[in-house]
Design a protein around this ligand. Sequence first.
Ligand SMILES: [Zn+2]
Length: 165
Amino acid sequence: MKTLDTLEPSQVRDVWRLLGRINDPEIPVLTITDLGMVRSVHYREDGWHIGFTPTYSGCPATEFLLAAIREAMEAAGLRPVHIEQMLSPAWTTDWMTPAAKKRLRDYGISPPQGHACHSGAAVSVTCPRCGSPHTSLISEFGSTACKALYRCDSCREPFDYFKCI
Ligand SMILES: [Zn+2]
């Protein structure tokens, strides 16, 4: 078993890279690091400590992801693993990386619109297919609770909007 003295800082980077390969089951094009769900990686005397913030509370993906993190770490011989769920501050879509938002749009899901939601201002959701700002909300709940269903008034295609929280 490794001790703090023998730990190389590069191992922490390896862990980030490892965790960066775990996809969110609800949005397969995004990983948990894209979403900003991994808050911290530390090695202490009693093992690895991963700080993890689930996206939407009660999202069924959370349990799945905790198991996936544990599995990936143990498969790489990194153990014991302690996952600390960090619920405060709560996850916000602002933690999503710009690259992740672009990938989301390319995938056909309109990404959360920056900080607009937090100001209480009306959000303008653009169509991920044609880029039109003329869209209508069809349902508050899309394919999952994290998304809302919209339809583009220009190209008439329905699409998911990743809700801003
Ligand atoms: Zn459109």
